[in-house]
Every structure is written in C-alpha cells, then in structure tokens.
Design a protein around this ligand. Structure first.
Ligand code: PRP
Ligand code: URA
Length: 246
C-alpha cells in the first residue's frame, strides 16, 4: 500500500521539492523591498514581520499582545538593519581545535527610542545586541499643529564612536523623526539609521529630504495620513496602545 510518506521519496517528490525551492527563492527575493521613489527606505517584507504586523494593526489586539508584538517585530527588523555591521576575524578554541570565527567590530551601537512609543522597540533589539547602549529623546507631537515638541535628550558621551538606531513605531508626518535625527546630529552623531514599524509616504519624504544620509527601515509603507496626521490604514496611536492610555 502506498502512503503519503512514501510519496515523499518517489519520482514526483523531486519535482515537488524543486517547485518548493523555486517558490522559496521567489519569496526570498521579495523579503526586502527598495523603492525607486525613496532610495533610502528599506521595507522588510519577511513573512514573520508581516504576520505579526497584521495582528498589531487589529483594533481588537489587547495591550499585552500589542507590546509583545512590537518587541518581536523590532527584533526581527534589527536582524535586517544590522546586516552590514563590520566583522573581523577572531581566533576561537573549540573543544577540538582552534579555528577562526568572526566578531562584530567597529562602531558601538546605540539605540535611541523616541519617547514614548519607541520604548517598546528597545528590549527586542537589546536581546540581539545586548552590548548596545540606550539613549532617549523625549518628543511629543502637538495635537493641533502636529509639530514635535521636545522635552528630553540624553545619549551616551562618546558620540563620534557610535552607530545610532533611532526607534519609533510610527513615521507619520516625519516631524518627530526629523527633529530627533537633527538633535542627534547637533550632538555630534554622524552615523544614524531610523527604524519604524509603519511609515507614511509623507514621513519618508520629509525625513529623507531633511536627512538624506539616514537609512530608513520599516515593516510597511502605508497609504497616507488622515486630517489629524494619523497613518492610514496604520495601527492607531502607538503610544496609547502600548501603554494602555486613553
Ligand atoms: C507618535 C509617534 C511618533 C510621532 C509620529 O508619538 O510615536 O513619535 O507620533 O508622528 P509624526 O511623524 O507626525 O511626527 P506622539 O507624539 O503621539 O507621542 P507619544 O509617544 O508620547 O504618545
Ligand atoms: N502617531 C501614532 O501613534 N500613530 C499615527 O498613526 C501617527 C502618529
């Protein structure tokens, strides 16, 4: 009697496996998207990121799950955003012999969440890069003018030695992100990336015009903004959903 299990090793299985490889390859090619319109933007299309983002968008998702998802997506995005960190050879003794491994060299990584919502992205990235330092930028968006109002700035001292990852789940008008990056640059930072979960085209435009040297990473480039400056379709107010306010 033939079973499904035996089929896996029959002649049809080879074709099937090849089909799987082809479709896997296609998926792999789409995992990272770069657009001609925004050359500094990288959209991370990894299935895990997209799956989690969809749950995050759902208005029914409770605060506890929302927080866990922001943390997980940030970690997955950081995997991509650190892909070009420089490594150098390092001798390592295994239990059997000595070999040459690699370790990350170069600039020290500093995470800079924009308060409040950026805080939700810190722990996930720290799990990947535990040696990273954490600075903080306090900004809120005035509800009427939509202009950023800054209230706090604290980053580690040896600024020139550092790579900065500015974190904020939402890039809406781009005012907060552009202001945060501007503050970092005034403090002497030269190597800055911006990681967000959801971006509006207006925000990407504003940030990339103000700071063309800053690479932007997001999990989704959404359609636009509503009259109150909320991203559409977006996920609502990230700070409120993270911290259960309102
Ligand atoms: C949200 C978000 C960003 C900003 C994005 O913060 O976390 O910082 O808005 O909007 P923009 O791109 O138009 O500047 P918010 O001002 O609501 O502050 P909060 O995190 O303290 O709630
Ligand atoms: N800030 C948020 O938290 N959500 C948006 O959609 C826009 C700005």
């Amino acid at each position: 009697m033939r079973t499904g299990g035996e089929d896996r090793f029959g002649p049809g299985a080879y074709l099937q496996a090849n089909k799987m490889i082809v479709s896997r390859t296609l998926v792999t090619l789409e995992m990272i998207e770069q657009t001609e319109e925004f050359p500094t933007l990288t959209i991370i299309r990894h299935p895990l990121v997209q799956h989690k983002l969809t749950i995050l968008r759902d208005r029914q998702t409770p605060t506890k799950i929302f927080k866990e998802l922001v943390d997980e997506i940030a970690m997955l995005m950081a995997y991509e955003a650190t892909i070009d960190l420089t490594v150098e050879p390092l001798d390592v003794e295994t239990p059997l012999e000595t070999t040459v491994g690699r370790h990350i060299s170069g600039k020290k990584l500093t995470l800079v969440p924009i308060l409040r919502a950026g805080l939700g992205m810190v722990e996930g990235i720290l799990r990947l890069v535990p040696a990273a330092r954490v600075g903080h930028i306090g900004l809120y968006r005035d509800h009427d003018t939509l202009q950023p109002v800054d209230y706090y700035f604290k980053i580690p001292g040896d600024v020139a030695e550092r790579d900065f990852f500015v974190l904020d789940p939402m890039l809406a008008t781009g005012g907060s992100a552009a202001a945060a990056v501007g503050s970092l640059k005034r403090a002497g930072a030269t190597r800055i990336r911006f990681l967000c979960l959801v971006a509006a085209p207006q925000g990407v435009q504003r940030l990339s015009e103000a700071h063309p040297d800053v690479q932007i990473y997001c999990a989704a480039l959404d359609r636009g903004l509503n009259d109150q400056g909320y991203i559409l379709p977006g996920l609502g107010d990230a700070g409120d959903r993270l911290f259960g306010t309102r």
